[in-house]
Ligand binder design. Sequence first.
Ligand SMILES: Cc1ncc(COP(=O)(O)O)c(C=O)c1O
Length: 292
Amino acid sequence: MRVYLNGEYLEQARAAVSVDDRGFLFGDGVYEVTRARNGRLFEAGRHLRRLERGLEALGIAPPPGFEPGGGALLEIADRLLRDNGLMNGDALVYLEITRGVAERTHHFPPAGTPPTVFLRTNRLAAPDDVRERGATVITTPDLRWERCDLKTVQLLPNVLAKQQAVTAGAFEAVFVRAGIVTEGASTNVFVVIDGAIHTHPATQRILPGITREIVLELAAERGLRVVEQAVPLEELRGASELFLTSTSTEVMPVARLDGGAVGSGRPGPVARQLHAALRERLERDTTRAPAV
Ligand SMILES: Cc1ncc(COP(=O)(O)O)c(C=O)c1O
């Protein structure tokens, strides 16, 4: 696989960043994961806007020409998808921008320090087998900071929570803060209670997932009742459905929570309907018009 690093396209094995990179030393950077299908990016504009917000919030100035609103990042992603033989089927584009390489000080390096820009692509094997039977999840305390809305590479609480899930044989760990369900370690969480879909509002407590946003739109288009309101853990246990969303997992129904069944213990109708709607949108937006 070829990757892009600071102006160069090179084999992944040859791509290396400095030990003084602030991403390495401090987790001082942001990232994005965008879906591609048949070589086309899905909802690239929304991902780039989130990236732009993150860079602004962290005070990282993108290198000249690499502003998320410009075309350079999209051109690099296109070229990598092409060079890596990913013009058919499902793929992911990973993009990371750190504050760059500088002498180790906690405060920002001198103005003009070039940020590190890294992109790579890989084939996506969607977890359809898990989706078919419904995922298993565990709950765990949300130990993260107060700006979970920023997609920074500082993911240690998420890493620890995900490992806890893996150790328990679960697909995902769902964070609970002060008795309230926030989101998953790498997913947003939706809960169906009395026929209405509940999800945590897009505050600083959660990452404003792009899939979350699209699923909310798809639900509204279908006349489903949606409430952007946080759900206490005890209500989660009585929910008829629970599902997760993310770029790589799409809509993932949950069958078991902390060892007990969710609803019927099978993927529920709301999750199934929204997953079908998301796939339809994905296919519509990434299908090339036939050559004339
Ligand atoms: C903490 C967290 N929440 C939610 C999501 C889902 O976001 P998206 O739908 O943009 O992939 C992710 C994705 O990685 C995440 O890390």
